[in-house]
Write a protein that binds this ligand. Structure first.
Ligand SMILES: [Zn+2]
Ligand SMILES: [Zn+2]
Length: 236
């Protein structure tokens, strides 16, 4: 991240400030949308892909949508369970250390930022100038993906927050505490974006999640969040 930032500063030209701001904003919005989409998927369904072998040795893939159970192999424990437990004990995240909170997200961005750093060191000046706005998009997208869980953790902390974090929350540069509380009202069916939360209201206005859930329910017959009640009962 630091190497990429140094390169971005090194190749900065004032005349391209407009396009940099635009692609940077698009990167942050994309990170916010990705956080919402993954969070929604973990809270609402999981796509299970079943591969059946047909008689003529052709493979047939079956896509099943249903609310993912925490008992599913690998993703159940690592992906679905943290989101579902978070609804029952929202402050548990505030007791996680830096690695537990952010380790997974930091790992995800190693590859794109690594590729970007290698491009900076091997490509010609013309090639870099041509892709410069795209690099800003990718950089800010990755940085915001990286800090998503940290921002989410801060949105649940009511004591001990540094002043600068509170200031970022108050200016709605990162997810504000009051804003995120809307997601924590049962049945947890809205305000899924947890990076900046900028897209929560627009997506709510166009009923994005409701329409998506309606389309999936019509196509598969599966009800969104069908496993929630069972899960909450099991925990009590
Ligand atoms: Zn949730
Ligand atoms: Zn939360």
């Amino acid at each position: 991240m630091v190497i990429d930032l140094c390169y971005l500063i090194y190749y900065f030209q004032l005349q391209s400030i407009g396009v940099i701001l635009l692609s940077g904003c698009a990167g942050i919005l994309s990170a916010d949308f990705s956080s919402g989409l993954l969070h929604w998927a973990a809270d609402t369904w999981v796509i299970i892909v079943k591969c059946n072998l047909l008689k003529n040795h052709q493979k047939h893939f079956l896509f099943l949508f249903k609310q993912g159970s925490v008992d599913l192999p690998v993703i159940g424990k690592n992906f679905i369970r943290p989101f579902r437990e978070h609804h029952i004990d929202p402050t548990a995240i505030t007791r996680h250390d830096f690695i537990e909170t952010n380790g997974d997200n930091f790992m995800v961005i190693i590859l794109p930022l690594g590729v970007m750093a290698s491009r900076f060191s091997t490509c010609s000046n013309d090639q870099i100038a041509h892709s410069y706005a795209w690099y800003w998009y990718l950089f800010l997208f990755s940085v915001f993906v990286c800090v998503t869980n940290q921002i989410h953790k801060w949105s649940h902390m009511y004591t001990g927050l540094p002043k600068w974090v509170q200031c970022l929350q108050d200016c709605h540069i990162i997810l504000p505490r009051k804003h995120h509380r809307k997601h924590h009202v049962s049945p947890h069916e809205t305000f899924f974006c947890i990076t900046t939360g900028w897209l929560n209201r627009p997506l709510e206005i166009v009923k994005f999640w409701k329409i998506l859930e309606y389309l999936i329910e019509s196509a598969t017959g599966q009800k969104p969040r069908a496993d929630d009640f069972k899960w909450a009962e099991k925990r009590n």
